[in-house]
Write a protein that binds this ligand. Structure first.
Ligand SMILES: Cc1cc2nc3c(=O)[nH]c(=O)nc-3n(C[C@H](O)[C@H](O)[C@H](O)COP(=O)(O)OP(=O)(O)OC[C@H]3O[C@@H](n4cnc5c(N)ncnc54)[C@H](O)[C@@H]3O)c2cc1C
Length: 505
């Protein structure tokens, strides 16, 4: 039975009250909006549960009415979907709107228990109120984005606690069939170790709820880092595009040997300067993409080169950290091309301060300015992995530059480097008001997806418009996901099609 949104929403209203439902045109339009080239996705309405029990009620009613739901926590997934559902016509469950409490912070064992609506800014402010003895890792995206939603989408940050799922511990989930599951040690009633023991007893299930549609997460444990007395960032500027390969070869040993505890960012010119300027149409006679000559001019004007390398040290005092900075200076100095920029210089330059903030667990909205690089508000992320080898790095760079140029778009990229793999954050910024440009971005994204997959590089996360295509490239995996979907959500109520996961045929 699918008797339509009005009947389902009326049933929710009757049980949870008028304040738990929004079926206004304004709400439907707002929640359907995104920044992607494929267009907005209209919802059928929004529901706002205030407890795990209410989420359970919503899921039970959706099963009874056979009505599809799509859950968000803070709905700030910019360039990937924002609040809008994978399938138009679903009802959005805005889990975080009323479930937004920090339920506990244990300052001795350094963890928090949170509801889905807790934002990075909210956690930062609360830790500040407690004297900043603890530090969280933050994404460099919107400060009003949330810790739970970001973790469930396999988001990451930059400090030693960068791996958001790795630093989560214990989930509470309402499954598609309406059961409530507490994962790992939380499965024992009255457990005192739910947010301490990550893997629990028996199979480890937490990963099932990332980038999937098997459950709605209503609570999560998150580990916090004791805030060190001193944090010192360091920066190196490299002049040429081709230096990228050498940079990757220089960064790799610093991570493999754990010399630098933060991730290292290798940021290209436009990703860095795009946070403080916009596409210079006046210098190109209105043409796109940006000619290399004009790109060079912009590099000079903003005191940058082709690449900006950054990282950070953490410790008891600046005196302890300065020799470590000297060590990386000598290391990058071997290239003969690196220009060093100090922590103090970085603090007073907005482009660099974004890095200082994210290495320090301080939310910042500054990087969002990058989305104004071109007018029209379009934004879409392409996120393949780069093996940490210089030769491969320059091959991938050439591939991305060629495909983007062919589609009259710029190569705007930041590589977030671990020991073996860098996540290659490609930001496609485009005019969403121009239908021709949207079509071109669709073609470009597909060309990137195809070329990288053919070369053996899958993506780690995909915008709504491309989730099904990215899944369709994988072997055996979609069928196994469909079997799990069938077991946990037999009526396919939760976000059918999300990340390309359908139920078993
Ligand atoms: C300039 C810029 C910089 C960025 N930097 C980063 C970065 O450094 N790191 C990074 O990871 N991302 C980054 N992003 C991407 C994105 O904006 C952030 O990841 C943001 O935190 C995600 O939005 P959110 O926290 O509001 O999650 P939500 O939008 O609430 O959730 C994300 C998705 O997870 C699913 N989900 C959410 N809640 C639940 C739930 N309770 N149960 C089941 N499923 C759920 C939903 O399908 C949802 O679409 C950046 C974006 C921009 C524009």
């Amino acid at each position: 039975m699918n008797d339509g949104a009005p009947a389902f929403l009326a049933a929710v209203r009757q049980v949870l009250g008028e304040q738990a439902v929004d079926s206004s045109e304004e709400g439907i339009v707002r929640y359907g909006r995104n920044l992607l080239p494929g267009g907005d996705r209209r919802t059928a309405g929004i529901v706002f549960p205030s407890s795990t029990g209410e989420v359970q009620t919503v899921v039970q009613l959706a099963n009874a009415h056979r009505f599809p739901l799509y859950s968000i926590s803070t709905g700030e997934n910019r360039g990937l979907g924002l609040k809008s559902p994978i399938r138009p016509g679903s009802v959005i469950v805005d889990v975080g709107a009323r479930m937004n409490r920090i339920l506990a912070i244990d300052e001795t064992l350094c963890f928090a228990e949170i509801e889905p609506g807790v934002t990075y800014q909210q956690m930062y402010d609360e830790l500040g109120r407690r004297g900043h003895t603890l530090m969280m890792d933050t994404a460099s995206g919107p400060p009003n984005g949330g810790i739970v939603g970001n973790t469930l989408d396999k988001g990451a940050g930059y400090t030693p606690y960068f791996d958001h799922f790795g630093m989560s511990c214990g989930l509470e989930v309402v499954l598609g069939d309406g059961r409530v599951l507490r994962t790992a040690d939380g499965a024992l009633a009255g457990s005192q170790t739910w947010h301490l023991s990550k893997y629990g007893y028996g199979p480890f299930l937490d990963g099932l709820f990332l980038q999937s549609n098997f459950g709605i997460v209503t609570r999560m444990g998150v580990w916090l880092m004791p805030r060190p007395p001193a944090i010192r960032s360091f920066f190196f500027i490299f002049p040429d595009d081709e230096d990228f390969g050498e940079i990757i070869d220089l960064v790799r040993p610093l991570k493999l040997n754990n010399v630098v505890p933060s991730l290292l960012k290798v940021t290209n010119d436009l990703y860095a300067l795009g946070t403080e300027t916009t596409y210079p149409f006046e210098r190109t006679g209105g043409r796109t993409p940006l000619p290399d000559g004009v790109r060079r001019e912009l590099q000079r004007e903003h005191g940058l080169g082709a690449w900006l390398v950054s990282g950070a040290f953490y410790g008891a005092s600046d005196e302890v950290l300065l020799p470590l900075v000297e060590r990386v200076k000598a290391h990058f100095g071997r290239s003969g091309k690196a220009r060093y920029v100090s922590h103090e210089e970085a603090l007073v330059q907005p482009i660099f301060d974004i890095h200082v903030a994210t290495f320090s667990g301080r939310p910042t909205a500054s990087e969002l300015s990058l989305l104004n690089w071109r007018p029209g508000g379009g934004n879409c992320w392409f996120l393949p992995g780069l093996p940490m080898k210089g030769e491969v790095a320059n091959q991938q760079q050439a591939l991305s530059r060629r495909i983007l140029r062919e589609h009259k778009l710029e190569f705007i990229a930041e590589y977030v480097c671990g020991p073996r793999l860098a996540r290659a954050l490609h930001v496609i910024v485009f005019n969403r008001q121009d239908p021709e440009e949207c079509q071109r971005v669709m073609r470009c994204y597909r060309a990137l997806l195809h070329a990288y997959a053919e070369a053996g590089y899958p993506v780690s996360r995909a915008p709504l418009d491309f989730q099904e295509e990215a899944m369709a490239r994988l072997e055996t995996f979609p069928g196994v996901c469909a079997d799990i979907k069938h077991a946990l959500d037999p009526n396919a109520i939760l976000a059918p099609g999300r990340y390309g996961i359908e139920t078993r045929k």
